[in-house]
Ligand binder design. Structure first.
Ligand SMILES: Nc1ncnc2c1ncn2[C@@H]1O[C@H](COP(=O)(O)OP(=O)(O)OP(=O)(O)O)[C@@H](O)[C@H]1O
Ligand SMILES: [Mg+2]
Length: 251
């Protein structure tokens, strides 16, 4: 008997008018911090990674790119996960759409591969066909040159990658990025794994810009003074009543 195929339950929790107020605000807060950093340093190419699978890297990369684009910035969101390529699925881009690997092999130009998302200033670069040798492709001189070229078309380039300790891809890509955002997720991330990832990235000379705490539940936290809230991304499902702005605290 044929094996029943496991259904993927992966979801994109997207910023926008249907998202909880605090979720949108947290991404705006991240945007403001990145804009401050880019005003004082050369920060354009930002890598999003983490230490373990399913901590929300792809969700964070999409939402960050969308939030930056909503402010009128020209943003290119790159699917640098050449092993899975989840961005196409999350953003409903046809699997056979040309992408990074087609450009790499000379079978497509940037114009063929880049897709305007929702008629906004956000351009998405899908993976293209998944290659058998992602690490070699990513670490090649040609790939580095392609990212140099891409810099000319954008204010920000956000790159989604696989987890650092699983494969070397994220560490390789950090070589041509200006900074790295590390995603951690309460209940998923192991502290030792996050610490090792930080060490590994620093060992290859990556600049770690900061940590995004994804799926942080303010209600379950002892810290209700607003500090953690403004730097974290609340779980959609645990905050159904948070479509409204938070009420002011009484003195
Ligand atoms: N803040 C959140 N609240 C609730 N669920 C979330 C949150 N962030 C991500 N998820 C869920 O976790 C799952 C994994 O998310 P995502 O694909 O973004 O992770 P990832 O780190 O990119 O995974 P991978 O390591 O496989 O690339 C998805 O089903 C997503 O909906
Ligand atoms: Mg992912």
């Amino acid at each position: 008997m044929a094996k029943k195929q496991k259904q993927s339950t992966r979801k994109l929790l997207m910023v926008g008018s249907n998202a909880p107020f605090q979720f949108n605000e947290a991404y705006k807060s991240l945007r403001t911090n990145l804009e401050f950093l880019s005003a004082t340093s050369n920060l354009k190419v930002i890598l999003v990674t983490s230490s373990m699978p399913e901590e929300g890297k792809s969700n964070v990369a999409i939402n960050l790119a969308q939030t930056l684009a909503a402010n009128g910035k020209r943003v290119i969101l790159v699917d640098g996960d050449l092993r899975k390529g989840m961005l196409s699925r999350y953003l409903h881009i046809p699997r056979n759409h040309p992408g990074l690997t087609n450009k790499f092999t000379g079978q497509a130009e940037w114009n063929d591969a880049l897709i305007h998302y929702n008629k906004s200033s956000l351009l998405v670069l899908p993976t293209g066909p998944l290659p058998p040798n992602p690490s070699e492709m990513l670490s090649s001189k040609r790939m580095k040159a392609m990212f140099e070229e891409l810099r000319g078309y954008a204010d920000y380039i956000i790159i989604d990658t696989p987890p650092v300790p699983v494969v070397t891809d994220a560490a390789v890509v950090s070589g041509f990025s200006d900074g790295v955002i590390l995603v951690v997720r309460p209940g998923v991330t192991l502290i030792q794994s996050a610490q090792l990832t930080k060490k590994n990235l620093e060992a290859v000379g990556a600049t770690i810009l900061g940590v995004v705490v994804n799926g942080f539940d303010v209600k379950k936290s002892a810290h209700k003074d607003g500090y953690y809230y403004s730097y974290s991304y609340n779980d959609y499902y645990n905050n159904e009543d948070e479509n409204q702005p938070p009420k002011e605290k009484k003195a």
